[in-house]
Structures are given as C-alpha cells and as structure tokens.
Design a binder for this molecule. Sequence first.
Ligand SMILES: Nc1ncnc2c1ncn2[C@@H]1O[C@H](COP(=O)(O)OP(=O)(O)OP(=O)(O)O)[C@@H](O)[C@H]1O
Ligand SMILES: [Mg+2]
Length: 197
Amino acid sequence: MFELTSTSPEQTLLLGEAIASQLQRGDCLTLDGELGVGKTQLVRGLAGGLNIDPHQVASPTFVVMHEYEPREGSCNNPNSQEKISDEVSKDSTPTQGPASGGASGGASGGGGGIWLIHIDAYRLNDSAELDQLGWKDEQDQTIMVIEWADRVAEALPADRLAIFISHAGLEQRDSIFTGHGRWADRLETLEKRLRTL
Ligand SMILES: Nc1ncnc2c1ncn2[C@@H]1O[C@H](COP(=O)(O)OP(=O)(O)OP(=O)(O)O)[C@@H](O)[C@H]1O
Ligand SMILES: [Mg+2]
C-alpha cells in the first residue's frame, strides 16, 4: 500500500497517464471515494495515457458501462507518454452513447490498441447487476476501470489495483493504492513510477 497526493485536477490527469504507462491487457483498476472526489478525472488521465481521446470520458454518467476505443491507427503503447493535461477541459462533453453490450468484437483493438472499459457502479444495486453487463467477456483483452467498486465488491476480480481517493483540501486529493492478488507484486514498480511525477 502507498499513498500519493494530487494538488490539482491537472495533476490527477498526469497521475492517470503515469498509471496507464504501467498497465497491460487484462488489468483491472477500482476507484472509490466520495462524490466528486476525482475518480472520473483520473479515468481521463488513464485514457490519455492509453492514447484514447479523454473527452470521451463522461462524468457524471448515466451510462453504467462505457467502452473507449484507442485513436485511429494507434497501438497505444502504454509506455509512450502523451501529455494531455492541456487538452482536457473540466467541462468536456461526453460523446459516448449508451454502451450496447460489446465493443463490436473490437475491444482487443484490431489495430493493436487496447480498449478501455469504464464502469460506473454508482447506480448498480449489487454484484449480480455487474455480472449482467457481460464485462468479463472482454476483460482479458482490455483494461477495466470501475468507479464505486465497493458497491459490487463480490464481483471484482482477485487481481486488481484498488485506488481510494479522499478530499484533503480545496483541490488536494489523497489517493491510497492497494494491490490485490498479483497486483501486490506490481505495486512497488508502480510506486517508483508515480514518485517520479
Ligand atoms: N486534485 C484534483 N483531482 C481531481 N479532481 C479535482 C482535483 N481538484 C479539484 N478537482 C475537481 O473535482 C471534480 C472531480 O469530479 P469527478 O467527476 O472526477 O469526480 P468523481 O469522483 O468521478 O465523482 P462521481 O462520484 O460523481 O462520479 C472535478 O470538477 C475536478 O475539476
Ligand atoms: Mg465519476
């Protein structure tokens, strides 16, 4: 377990990008913390780091599951760092329509890019409802991030990176990172990377 502080929305984007640089297909991340604490903002950073247009990332969301495709022709190597912080405005307009049960079979990215599956469990009542989304079908080929994961705790994969964000001031947010299952061994490498920010 380790803890990091962000002092601005922009810094949270950078944090998300840096986390993305450590991710691989099949990874699952969970984001918890109270309303408006910055979970979706962190997902925007993840998206940018995966060469996915961060403007697609919607908040607040009335859609439980979003599937974000990498930019055309990209092989979104998570190690290539693209700075998106200036590109993302706080009022970004969601362009993603309702998820319709599968990324057209393309979640593995025909062009080599990795899709990001973004689930907001806020409106789910229990783990069974999460299972009904069919998200596990694509899990090993995509990167999965789940907001409000505590609400569906029983359905979460054993291997996951859990991030708990809390308010620590006007624009200050503290994030606690915990590695479950195989993520326990990856935590040290992740921390080293994030401490370089
Ligand atoms: N350090 C920070 N990191 C992230 N967001 C911040 C920070 N400081 C201020 N903010 C602001 O906090 C808000 C976070 O909103 P966001 O939608 O990301 O929260 P959320 O946790 O996803 O909320 P919800 O529970 O409703 O889904 C944004 O308006 C953002 O600009
Ligand atoms: Mg959110």
